[in-house]
Design a protein around this ligand. Structure first.
Ligand code: PLP
Length: 368
């Protein structure tokens, strides 16, 4: 066990590379890979992770919001960056930073063309997003004619790609729905290519789409969670390994007598002599209040220690009555063995939520 002296997120670039290579091994050799590094690369560190993936020759990056893309450009990322969810107010900044917008409605398409024209752009790369069943963002199939009428005329922009997003690619119970989405998107692509004066590339699959729907990989895939080590199914646990471990330390140990209370609002009352450890990580760091009162637990000396009482902003208290440990000892919130996915299951959450919640004030350490 490494000696953690304060709450630390350790990010293992060897595992990132292994995950990237495993995902690539699932693709045809000419299928492009887009790495999704939104939300600080799922709570790790977008700049460091993107630099590493750029070295590994990834083809594209995606972020959700414009400011995330600007930060990557400032960090020296020169590969194309797709901004998945921009607003018209961001369009000038997008162009100023050579970011590529997802255009998901006529409102944003028309607005982007105007801004690109005003800034004297020619063939500025844009991506057209289609809604095939997620009903979150995107044009619909019958918009293709009007979109291509617009984009064929609009010389300030050029449609680099068209894409859609699967709603339930990790869920085998939704096989039929997913196949319908895939077929619908393939029809959109065919129609678009017929009506457009050039042929954009097409992409649809997220991580679970890559793993579960090999016939839907098309020209490019978009992977986020897989790079960070989660395949949304235990059968991928050997090949995909979590890149991040969250560890902390025991700040102080207390012994509660019967009837003593613990923490805010006295949510825990000892009914036996109880040894507790106070850990410097709280809801401001991503451990939500739902993990309190016995639901979540952390690992000390390979044993589970339940989080008791209410989660505080900067601290949790755990029950160590049954564990032989000392102040200053390392504790594990999650790592490659006790995974973030398992940790999050205790409160019916998912790996995505717990890892992206990791606050920016937690120290990051990179392991190469
Ligand atoms: C976040 C996101 C992804 C990545 O999904 P994973 O399940 O993490 O691989 C891909 N595409 C879009 C549109 C997204 O918003």
């Amino acid at each position: 066990m490494s000696a953690t002296k304060q709450t630390t997120l350790t990010i293992d670039f060897k595992k990132l590379k292994q995950n990237f290579e495993f995902l690539k091994s699932k693709l045809q050799p000419n299928t492009k890979v887009l790495a999704v590094v939104k939300a600080f690369a799922y709570g790790s560190d977008a700049e460091e992770v993107a630099k590493e993936l750029q070295e590994l020759n990834v083809d594209y990056f995606a972020v959700a919001y414009t400011n995330e893309g600007v930060a990557l450009r400032k960090a020296g990322i020169h590969k194309p960056i797709l901004v998945l969810h921009p607003q018209p107010i961001n369009f000038k900044e997008i162009i100023d930073n050579c970011l590529e917008p997802s255009l998901y409605s006529f409102r944003v398409l028309n607005d982007f063309v105007k801004v690109a024209e005003r800034l004297n752009q020619k063939n500025y790369p844009v991506h057209i997003k289609f809604n095939t069943g997620l009903n979150r963002l995107g044009f619909i199939a019958k918009d293709v004619k009007a979109i291509t009428q617009k984009t064929n005329q609009a010389s300030p922009i050029k449609v680099t790609s068209i894409f859609s997003h699967l709603a339930a690619s990790e869920d085998s119970k939704e096989l039929e729905f997913t196949k319908k989405q895939i077929n619908q998107f393939k029809e959109i692509r065919q129609n678009f290519n017929q009506l457009s004066n050039h042929k954009p590339f097409a992409h649809l699959c997220n991580t679970s789409g890559i793993l579960n729907y090999p016939k839907a990989h098309l020209d490019m895939v978009r992977t986020g969670i897989g790079l960070y080590g989660f395949g949304n199914d235990a059968k991928f646990n050997k090949e995909l390994q979590p890149i991040a471990s969250l560890t902390s330390v025991i700040s102080q140990i207390h012994t509660l007598q019967v009837g003593d209370s613990l923490g805010y609002n006295r949510a825990y009352i000892a009914n036996k002599i109880t040894k507790t450890a106070t850990i410097p990580i709280g809801h401001a760091d991503g451990i939500g209040r739902q993990y309190g009162n016995g639901l979540g637990s952390i690992i000390i000396n390979n044993q589970k220690a339940a989080i008791i009482g209410n989660v505080c902003m900067d601290m949790i208290m755990v029950d160590i009555t049954h564990i032989n440990c000392n102040e200053g000892d390392e504790v594990v919130i999650y790592n490659g063995i006790f995974t973030a996915s398992e940790f999050s299951k205790s409160v019916t959450s998912i790996s995505y939520e717990i890892i992206t919640a990791t606050s920016q004030r937690i120290k990051r350490v990179f392991y190469r």
